[in-house]
Write a protein that binds this ligand. Structure first.
Ligand code: ATP
Ligand code: MN
Length: 267
């Protein structure tokens, strides 16, 4: 229980719905009966309206965006709903309130990135995790960059060429497997991109992407790796996850757009 409890009823009174981020049982039960959407990695409280978080976005803005975009997509709330979001930022209990309209911010596409891509959400999450871990530790202490193209692998292979032998040529290995994560980290020392299938099979390492880069509008300061990542997601139905060697951030692209930016140090 936190000091928020005594204000809770007043806070939610005139809202259309309440989004509870990883609520404890008691908070959920206090508010049950209202229009409540639970957002979290697991549906511990067995809520009817539930949006699954693929990762605990450390940036509260990303977490709220994901939850709200997910709640709208599921049809739990209307696009112009007035929402109260309750989340925990510092402690084990809800300590932070945000009041937002579902259409208040520009749709970031972060929910869509996971839920509506060709690749399975768990595959996208696993690749993000590898990229974040690689970003945290680097390769033997040195910063390292990496590019993962996920989904629509056949088309991605057609729009790229090999820079070196493919260590995954005859193997049937998948992301998420601990051994594979070690391999991915090892092979990320060399140039080029990893190509990963919809179901998470690693199709190739060391691919040089040759998409037609017309009209890809990526932020200034990002170079060839990010340009290629953005462009391949416009040219195919893949998404791309990039770890930058120069600024250490992990970025995700879909349909040519930068959707998400994570700082590995925060995880
Ligand atoms: N088209 C491409 N396909 C695959 N890999 C590429 C491509 N272009 C560049 N790279 C890889 O990205 C590396 C870094 O290139 P560059 O510095 O221009 O990119 P960047 O976007 O600035 O990335 P970083 O932030 O990591 O420096 C290259 O050494 C190469 O390994
Ligand atoms: Mn660079």
């Amino acid at each position: 229980m936190t000091g928020l409890d005594e204000f809770l009823e007043g806070l939610v009174a005139d809202a259309d719905a309440v989004c509870l981020f990883s609520p404890g049982k008691s908070h959920y039960e206090t508010l049950a009966g209202d229009d409540v959407v639970v957002v979290g990695p697991d549906n511990d409280v067995e809520a009817d309206a539930f949006v699954k978080l693929p990762l605990e976005f450390e940036d509260l803005r990303d977490r709220i965006r994901f939850g709200v975009e997910g709640a709208v997509e599921h049809g739990y709330v209307d696009e112009d709903a007035d929402l109260v979001c309750l989340a925990k930022v510092f402690g084990e209990d809800a300590d932070t309130v945000a009041r937002v309209r579902a259409d208040e911010f520009e749709k970031s596409g972060v929910y869509d990135l996971f839920a509506n891509s060709r690749a399975e959400p768990s595959v996208i999450r696993d690749v993000l995790e590898v990229a974040v871990e690689l970003g945290k530790k680097g390769q033997k202490g040195k910063p390292v960059g990496a590019l993962f193209v996920v989904g629509d692998a056949g088309k991605v292979m057609n729009k790229s060429r090999p820079l070196s032998y493919n260590p995954f040529e005859k193997s049937h290995v998948h992301v998420g497997d601990p051994i594979v994560n070690v391999m991915l980290k090892e092979f990320s020392r060399l140039d080029g991109a990893f190509v990963i299938s919809d179901s998470g099979k690693i199709v190739s390492a060391y691919r040089y992407l040759e998409p037609s880069a017309e009209g890809v509008d990526i932020p200034k300061g990002l170079g060839a790796r990010h340009m290629a990542a953005g462009a391949i997601t416009r040219d195919t139905n893949a998404i791309a996850i990039v770890l930058s060697e120069s600024d250490g951030l992990v970025r995700a692209f879909k349909a040519g757009e930068l959707i998400l930016e994570l700082d590995p140090e925060a995880y």
